[in-house]
Design a protein. Structure first.
Length: 194
């Protein structure tokens, strides 16, 4: 699997690969995937959970108790709950977001899909995601899973990363290009060329 080779190069990737292998062997890919989606949503929605997951100031014991409570509250499957406990006890809770991302890539590859990371300034609607899936699917020649996230710093537009290809149609990049063109077209720049 080409995807897993690149993923294995990072710590989060090794954790994600271990979880993926265990979930695949236990025939729990769907339930683990749903649980990871819930965790990912909780990271995005809850400032407290995000701080817990990323702060080095929270001790392993405190984090383990909090993670166990969150797993129960979210009704995560047992495999994901155990994995989350291991991640926390090993002091790797800060890797959770990357583990989720890598697990999704591995699961998509396993299903014969390509994953496209999509960054937009504002959340995309279901219609926009469906249209993007169709367009990217015809371009890739296979089904595409969208891994969407928001980044207000791009101002508007969209950035799509699929495999080694990147399409940057963000407003921030367009404004930067315009600024560069304006600098190179200025009378001072023109007089320096001659």
């Amino acid at each position: 699997m080409e995807t897993s080779g690149g993923i294995q190069a990072s710590l989060a990737g090794r954790y994600a690969s271990a979880l993926f292998s265990l979930a695949r062997d236990e025939k729990q890919l769907d339930s683990v995937g749903r649980s990871l989606d819930q965790l990912n949503q909780a990271l995005a929605d809850s400032r407290e959970f995000h701080q817990l997951a990323t702060s080095p100031l929270v001790s392993r014991d405190e984090a383990s108790k909090a993670v166990a409570a969150i797993a129960g509250q979210l009704k995560l499957d047992p495999l994901t709950t155990n994995f989350l406990g291991v991640l926390t006890r090993n002091g790797r809770k800060g890797q959770l977001a990357q583990v989720i991302r890598f697990f999704r890539l591995l699961a998509a590859d396993h299903r014969g899909e390509t994953t496209a990371e999509v960054i937009s300034a504002h959340p995309l609607s279901d219609q926009q995601i469906a249209a993007l899936k169709t367009k990217l699917g015809s371009r890739a020649g296979r089904d595409v899973t969208i891994d969407a996230r928001t980044d207000p710093q791009i101002l508007g537009g969209i950035i799509v990363k699929m495999g080694s290809e990147m399409i940057d149609a963000s407003l921030k990049t367009k404004l930067n290009r315009l600024a560069q063109r304006m600098k190179s077209d200025s009378p001072i720049a023109a007089s320096m060329k001659g």
